[in-house]
Design a protein around this ligand. Structure first.
Ligand code: AHR
Length: 505
């Protein structure tokens, strides 16, 4: 093994810190491929409950620890009529889903989604169709969901078997409407007006609703910045969030750039925050718009385009976007989580896209088992140990150059002061060949208890989990931890994700 690099992380528990909003550990369930059908929902499966939900998948979702689920899309939502997915199942229509070129059976809809949220203890984040539909349908959906009774649509929900309102507090005003691929895509002017009108109508139902306007569907969109500014000029006072979406993949064997993807996410967040704040300043508003990073992940989109899925026949729940993730992908996913945490002051909602089978941490086989992908582990650890206040950290690390993202630190890290008095350090070593000796300076934090480290790494950076070998890659206890005089020293293997836990004294 080549000689290690050295890096230092100084934690300052006395410096101002931002609370971590639990909503940054959200995930995403779209009617896409097998995310819903044979993913979370498979009535004939041996583990299915009376709602048709796979309890083996529910167990894994609880272990993963998402706090919130965004639904029903994604691109799917822009052609979706929510009314198709409620009421007696045998009366629900089969429809073409133009977004993913499939047949939607509507056997899973709104009520089933709410049961999924309740079974997993997650908050629903409901996306509205502002592609083919508009203000009237958004009002109707909110009435169906949130009004206890006594009106036509709330009584309809009750007649469908749900006496209790769903109490959905967080709503997405459409999806990626800047994208030419989006059904009913719009100019920023058109969308900004529609988002504002829809938001104001929804808030007439309940002023306490929290609303997300669509930002750019990617930082590389030519309209990035201008789109956000124009949309917010219209909707600043009627929404709480502007969204951001980002997917990363390794291209041309350029692993160093891939491992530095978080630098792009960081610039995306900074740009969206600056744009929102500039609009707020121009409008002389006291309000602050936060970022909902409601789609992020590794996605081998290049491979998907090359597969020519749009030439497939119309099918129900075909295998789509079933990326099998490697150790490298997990380290990148972990570094994106670190970036979300580092920006906790302004990123107060986020969703790993997606949850099951479709670019997902959990995989299933129809009629068969469910298992954890490599990216499951950083998310589960961050969600479990990343609740509290994100600390100001001083990172002193060697750097290297990357083709896509310039010069980046080899150590990418953050720390969270947890609610139980413990501290978590999440750290990625981006070097593919050399270990990194990390010194965490704890002196400002006073006495502490035991220190442990969990590490995800593998001599084969392409190692994956599969149905045949579901636990090929799992986090291991890192024994290379030394504690002395207010300092913790840990050796981080090359290309690794690490969770260091420092117990309270
Ligand atoms: O998550 C897959 C797709 O990526 C979503 O449907 C869309 O919003 C984005 O382009």
């Amino acid at each position: 093994m080549p000689a290690p690099h050295n890096a230092r992380l100084t934690l300052d528990p006395t410096a101002p810190s931002a609370p971590v909003d639990p909503r940054i550990f959200g995930a995403f369930v779209e009617h896409l491929g097998r995310c819903v059908y044979t993913g979370v929902y498979e009535p004939g499966h041996p583990t299915a409950d009376t709602d048709g939900l796979r309890t083996d998948v529910l167990d894994l979702i609880r272990e993963l620890g998402p706090t919130m689920l965004r639904y029903p899309g994604g691109n799917f939502v822009s052609g979706y009529d929510w009314e198709d997915g409620v009421g007696p199942k045998d009366e629900r229509p089969r429809r073409l889903d133009l977004a993913w070129r499939t047949v939607e059976t509507n056997q899973f809809g709104l009520g089933e989604f709410i049961r999924l949220c309740r079974a997993t203890g997650t908050e629903p984040m409901m996306a509205l169709n502002l592609g083919t539909r508009g203000v009237a349908e958004a009002i109707a959906l909110a009435e169906y969901c949130n009004i206890p009774g006594g009106t036509a649509r709330s009584e309809l929900r009750r007649a469908h078997g749900d006496a209790e309102p769903y109490g959905i507090g967080l709503w997405c005003l459409g999806n990626e409407l800047d994208g030419p691929w989006q059904i009913g895509n719009k100019t920023a002017e058109e969308y900004g007006r529609l988002a504002d009108q829809t938001a104001r109508a929804l808030k007439m139902i309940d002023p306490g609703l929290e609303l997300v306007a669509c930002g750019s569907s990617g930082r590389s969109m030519p309209t990035f910045g201008q789109w956000e500014a124009t949309v917010l000029e219209h909707a600043y006072e009627s929404v709480e969030f502007i969204s951001a979406h980002a997917y990363y993949e390794e291209t041309d064997g350029d692993v160093d750039s891939f491992l530095a993807s978080a630098a792009d996410m960081e610039s995306f967040i900074a740009g969206a925050v600056a744009t929102a704040d500039a609009v707020g300043a121009r409008l002389k508003s006291r309000k602050r718009i936060n970022i909902s990073f409601d789609e992020w992940n590794v996605w081998y989109m290049g491979r998907w385009h090359a597969e020519g899925v749009h030439e497939e026949p119309w099918q129900v729940a075909p295998r789509q976007l079933e990326d099998v993730y490697s150790v490298t992908d997990a380290v990148v996913a972990g570094s994106l989580l670190i970036t979300l945490l580092r920006n906790a002051e302004r990123v107060t909602a986020a969703c790993l896209a997606q949850l099951v089978n479709v670019i997902a941490p959990i995989m299933t086989e129809p009629g068969g088992p469910a298992w954890r992908q490599t990216i499951f582990h950083p998310f589960a650890e961050a969600s479990r140990y990343g609740r509290g206040r994100v600390l100001t950290v001083n990172v002193d690390s060697p750097e290297h150059d990357t083709a896509k993202h310039g010069t980046v630190a080899l150590l990418h890290a953050t720390a969270v002061a947890c609610e139980d008095g413990s501290t978590s350090v999440f750290a990625v070593n981006r070097d593919t060949a050399r270990p990194l000796t990390l010194t965490v300076d704890l002196r400002a934090g006073g006495p502490h208890g035991a220190v442990t480290c969990s590490t995800l790494a593998d001599p084969d950076r392409h190692a994956r989990n599969t149905m045949a070998e579901p636990d090929r890659v799992t986090p291991q206890s890192n024994k290379d931890v030394r504690v002395e005089a207010g300092r913790v020293e840990v050796t981080l293997p090359p290309l690794s994700w690490n969770t260091i836990r420092i117990a309270a004294a």
